[in-house]
Every structure is written in C-alpha cells, then in structure tokens.
Design a protein around this ligand. Structure first.
Ligand code: WT7
Length: 648
C-alpha cells in the first residue's frame, strides 16, 4: 500500500473519550466545550475573572485587563495575591494538610512523601532563611537544583516573599549559569552538592563555583546536601540548607503582592545567541496554571498526577509546581533518568503509586518504543486514566503506541501545545469532550483566540499552512523579555498589530483542529527543548580553532531534531575526528549536554548570499536529503556548495 494512503488512514482515525470518562469529567461533551469556548471568546475578561476568582486573593482586583499599553498587558490590576499561599496555606486551611502533595522517588531508590502541611512548614522555614540573608521582594534568586522536593520548596519560598526565581535546568553548564546570572543580576543561588543522573552525581555546586569564579552580584549560595559528594564551601557566602533553616521559625506570613508583581524569569532560546529572560507575573500566571491544570488534566481529588518534566523547564513550573499545587493535587516527582536502572523505571513508579494522569514528551515516548515492550509488559498500568504529551509535534505512530501500550486503549491523550512564553497550555483537547486524532493538538483552550495567518495577515483557509498566532491577550502571557522590552515587541508583536506571533507554523483542518508543523525561525527542537542555532554557533566560534560555524537541524527518530554543525577552521588548524570530538565537548561545556552537536562537518567555505548571509536552507537540504534541489540563484560562490555536497 502506498505511503500516501497509509498517512491518510492515520489522519482519519478519530478517538472519542469513553462515556465513563466523560461522565465524570469537568467538561462532558463537545457541545459543552463549544458553548463554553464561544462564551469565553466573546467575553474573555468574564471568563478569566471567573477563573481568577477560584484563587485566594488578599485584595480583589479592580480592573481585569489593561491592554492600553499593548503589547504590555496587565491583568487583575489592584488585586493582591501570594502564589505560595495559593499552593500551600490554602489547602492546609481547608483541612487538607494531611494530603500528600509530593510522592518523591530518588534515582537510587530512596523515597519521601510530603504532605501539604509538610510543604508549608518547610517552605515557610526556608523563606525565613532567605529573609535572614537579606533577600527581599523583587530580588532575583537563581535556582539550580536536582529534581528533589526542595526545588519546589525553593521556588515557593521565593514566591512567598516576592523574590523572583529564575530556575536554571540542572543539565546546563557553568557558563550558562554565568550568562543567566549576568542578565538577571541575581543576588543569591539555591543549589545542591549534586544530583543523581544515570547512576552518577552531577556536580551542581562545582558548576556554580565555576560560574561564580569570575565574580558577580551573588552574595549567598544555599547548598542542599543531596549526594554527599565533596564540595568547597566559601566562608561567608555559602551555607548548607540544613544550617540555614536550623532553629528558624516555620511561621512566615504570606504577604499579598500586586497581581503584576513578577513571579519568575525563565530563560529560553531564540533566534539570536542571547537567551531571552521570559518574565511572568504572579496573578495572571497562577490563573492560567490553575485553570489549564483543572480542565486539561481534568483534575479530580483522587488523582495521582505525574509530569515527568524537570522543574528547570516551563513545564515543571506550570505542571509540577503552580498548576497542580494551586489545585491541591497529589503528584509524583522523580529525580533521575527514565532508563535507570532500566527502561522499566517509569512503569514501575506508575504501578507502585497507582498514577492516574501521566504527562510526558514525544522524545521519551519514542525512546520507550525503541527500548521494547518487555519493560512495560511486566507492569500493571491499569490505574492510568489520562495521558498527556508536550514539547514537539507527536508523530502519529508514537501517539498510537502511547494510546495502546501505555493507555491500554482506554485513556484519552491530551497533546498540549504551548511555550515558555505562553506560560500555560494554549491548544489541547479537553479530555472528556474533544475527539482526538493522532498528531493534532486539536482546539484552543477557553479564552484563547488562536488562528493561523498568512504572510499578508489574512486568516488561512482550511488546511492552508501559515503562522500560528494568538489574537487576544491572556493572563499567563509573558509580560516582557527581562531588561529588553524592544526585543519583546520585535520578536512576538512585530508582525501584526496587537497579535502574538508564536514562531510556529500550523494549519487548521476543516473541523477546526490545529496541526502544528514546527518552528519557523532558526530554532531547533531537540528532545522537546528549544535551542537557538545562533547560541550553538557562538559556542562553537568561541573555540580557538573555529573561524565560522552554521548549525542546522536534521530530522532524528529519537530526538526530533539532531544538531549538525558546519564548521570552517582558522588557518593553521587541522580538521579531523579529534577536533570534532573536542568541539562537541566544548559546546557541552559552554551550554550543556543537550546542545552538543551530533555531527560536525568541516568545510573550507559555507554557502552564502551576496550580502554574506549563510544560506541555512541549503545546509538543511544537505543534511536531510544529502543534496540540494532548491533555488540557489542568490548563492555567491557555487564551489562552496559543490564541496559540501561532495563531502556527503
Ligand atoms: C515550542 C515551545 C511547552 C513546554 C515545552 C517546550 C514546540 C511544544 C508542542 C506540541 C507541537 C510543540 C513548539 C513551541 N511544542 N509543544 N504539543 N506540538 N509542537 O517549551 O521550550 O518554550 O518550546 O515547542 O515549537 O513553539 P519551549
């Protein structure tokens, strides 16, 4: 049978939620979704205030939305709120102090379960420890932690006192920490001696020391004792977490902050070399996290939720900390790798804790498929009722496998499209209502006016590809790029007046389902994480042997995209496997292991236009197809291209 027909058949498969699932769900039918969606789009302010009012506010807001200074939105003006109070105190006050908030599993097999009362106590003590070191509202605090409950405690402690947290993924390098410190001008860092990953200790504190060696604004480093690996403590600057909270009061009243008070900065890649500090505001972000978690994961009080992301990514912010915890959910937090000690680890955890809702990434799903079904077959996954996916488009084969093998054919799948910038999920099925089709994130969430526009600004017709945009502001939208409002305007709002441009290509099918096709800018998606090609290029060029570099993505079965770097060397340097290896390590050191190129290709010349712009389009064709078929009429020097094709 031809490939085409097969593809069509796949796209035709429609899965409806079971009547049992729908009967218990918050939204029970597509009619109900349509009705709610219609109302939410006709009057978004009414919809979002209905959601915000489910949170605890210390002072009610006067104005739902001020969009007069677009694209700088302000939500729930006049309102005062504390995110930590909403995630902790509220549940304890309502009599749920004994409910488990986090069942934690360490990679070596150690476990802890913390109730909401435990989390409140530990957060309050640590918040007091922050205050004791002079940290106050508005100060930036960098968090560089393994996946342990203290990572969430550190975030909530910052939120409690109004300090702005900036979590740096534990897989990033010293030099990434340094860049983020310089931009955020953080005065404190919260880290650990190390964290477990695939049986080894990641030396987190040593990385922090390396980042701080050049000197900077930091005057306090809190160090959690996790692995017991050797660390150097700098007198007066560094203190152990346990010492910092020793004898400290567990009463730290949660002060109400302005709704627009910044909650966190999270750095993400863009199409230039400099990471963007995406800034989120308290009231709006929490409203989005609460509402999307409640509806999209159809949160029920007896659920055991598990999001496998790291707190260092936005997914961890929204769907480990602020979404689940503002809803008072019980969740799993796992420290380590999915294949340690073997590929059965996740399924073992699901069986043991009777996980009901499981949220992971397509790249992980593809790795599980590759590892083989034997790791799954030994485990009872019948507790699962709902599955989720995030980070990149999920291929229909992986979707079907996820549905059958993990979901036993009975669990709806929510393929959730969103970004660091959007803060929370924008496009996704509502599991008790939306018919799902493998490969589409389906329909916009309530209050989200998503559309696909062509270059001339008109709405695309059915199945016509264009730019994915959001036409109305929403509460969890980023407020700006930290210290760079011009870049914020230019990157997201430069194309059309008052319309947010996501940077993804998409089409809408005749039933209104959004099919995301991937990034339109020079940004790669490696294992569900965004990496700017320019960032990797500047890491390469910082090596003494490299004259020029161009990085492109190559389709990859496991990672979605693999990183391929074309490199020209300075005079006097010899190319070869040794140098290729050295450059890969260098990029790992400059950014982190996830950015390490899979292939380095040395060449004498790179294909450029007459104005000197590297023609990435041609490089992309070379790495994906082995040769160039596209238009080469603007190419300056054909010998460059010929040489690259020959090397292939
Ligand atoms: C980019 C955002 C959102 C948390 C994880 C990544 C891609 C994300 C999907 C999806 C197709 C997706 C987009 C987006 N993406 N989810 N369900 N289907 N593509 O956050 O690092 O800010 O990356 O990830 O390209 O723009 P991020």
């Amino acid at each position: 049978m031809s490939q085409n027909i097969q593809t069509l058949q796949k796209e035709d498969r429609v899965f409806h939620p079971s009547p049992e699932f729908s009967a218990r769900a918050h939204v029970k039918s597509m009619e109900e979704y349509e009705e709610l969606y219609k109302r939410s789009i006709e009057d978004p302010e009414a919809w979002w205030s209905s959601q915000a009012s489910k949170l605890v506010w210390q002072r009610p807001w006067d104005t739902v939305l001020d969009w007069s200074n677009a694209p700088f939105a302000q939500w729930f003006l006049g309102g005062k709120i504390n995110a930590s109070e909403n995630c902790l105190d509220r549940h304890v006050r309502e009599g749920h102090g004994d409910r488990v908030a986090i069942h934690w599993v360490g990679e070596p097999g150690d476990t802890r379960s913390l109730t909401y009362a435990d989390l409140l106590r530990e957060t309050s003590r640590f918040a007091n420890a922050l205050k004791a070191r002079g940290i106050k509202a508005g100060d930036r605090v960098l968090i560089y932690m393994p996946m342990v409950p203290e990572a969430a405690i550190a975030m909530l402690a910052c939120a409690r006192i109004g300090a702005i947290h900036s979590v740096v993924f534990g897989g990033f390098s010293a030099s990434s920490i340094k860049d983020r410190l310089e931009d955020s001008e953080a005065t404190a860092i919260i880290t650990a001696d190390g964290g477990w990953r695939r049986g080894s200790v990641v030396p987190l504190k040593a990385n922090v020391d390396e980042a701080l060696a050049a000197g900077c604004s930091v005057d306090t480093v809190f160090v959690l004792n996790r692995c017991g690996n050797e660390v150097t403590m700098v007198e007066g600057r560094d203190l152990w977490w346990s010492d910092a909270i020793d004898g400290v009061s567990d009463d730290c009243p949660a002060e109400g902050f302005d709704s627009e008070h910044p909650l966190f900065i999270l750095y993400t890649s863009g199409s230039t070399g400099k990471p963007k500090g995406v800034l989120h505001a308290t009231g709006g972000f929490l409203t989005g996290a609460y509402s999307t978690f409640y509806y999209i994961f159809d949160h029920q009080p007896d659920d055991i939720f598990w999001c496998t992301a790291d707190v260092g990514w936005v997914t961890g912010h929204s769907y480990i900390v602020y979404g689940p915890m503002s809803c008072g959910a019980t969740q799993i937090m796992y420290e380590g790798a999915p294949n340690t000690p073997d590929w059965g680890r996740f399924w073992e955890i699901i069986e043991e804790y009777k996980v009901t809702v499981f949220y992971t990434a397509p790249t992980a799903i593809r790795a599980f498929i590759k590892a083989g079904d034997s790791f799954i077959d030994q485990h009872d996954l019948s507790s699962l009722r709902l599955l989720g996916s995030v980070g990149e488009p999920i291929n229909p084969e992986a979707w079907m496998w996820y549905r059958e093998k993990i979901g036993g054919g009975r669990c709806p799948i929510v393929d959730t499209w969103w970004q660091t910038e959007t803060g929370t999920i924008m496009i996704s099925p509502i599991p008790g209502a939306t018919p799902t089709i493998p490969g589409t994130a389906t329909r916009p969430f309530f209050g989200i006016d998503a559309a696909v526009l062509s270059a001339d600004g008109n709405e695309c017709g059915p199945n016509e590809g264009g730019m994915l945009v959001i036409r109305k502001p929403w509460p969890s939208m980023l407020r700006t790029i930290y210290k760079d409002p011009e870049r914020f305007k230019k990157t997201y709002w430069g194309e059309y007046e008052g319309i947010y441009v996501a940077g993804d290509g998409s089409r809408v099918d005749p039933s209104g389902n959004f099919w995301i096709v991937g990034r339109l800018d020079d940004v790669l998606n490696v294992s569900g994480h965004r990496l700017g090609t320019a960032e990797i290029e500047s890491a390469l060029v910082s090596h003494s042997a490299v004259a020029e570099a161009a990085v492109v993505g190559r389709p990859d079965d496991l990672k979605g995209q693999a990183v391929v770097a074309f490199v020209t060397l300075k005079a006097g340097y010899q190319h070869g496997p040794e140098l290729a290896k050295e450059l890969k390590i260098h990029v790992g050191h400059e950014i982190g292991a996830i950015a390490r190129p899979d292939d380095i290709r040395f060449s004498q010349l790179l294909p450029k236009t007459r104005s000197g712009k590297i023609m990435r389009r041609l490089l992309k064709e070379i790495v994906s197809k082995g040769e160039v078929h596209g238009d080469t009429s603007t190419l300056e020097d054909f010998t460059a291209l010929a040489a690259l094709q020959k090397e292939d």
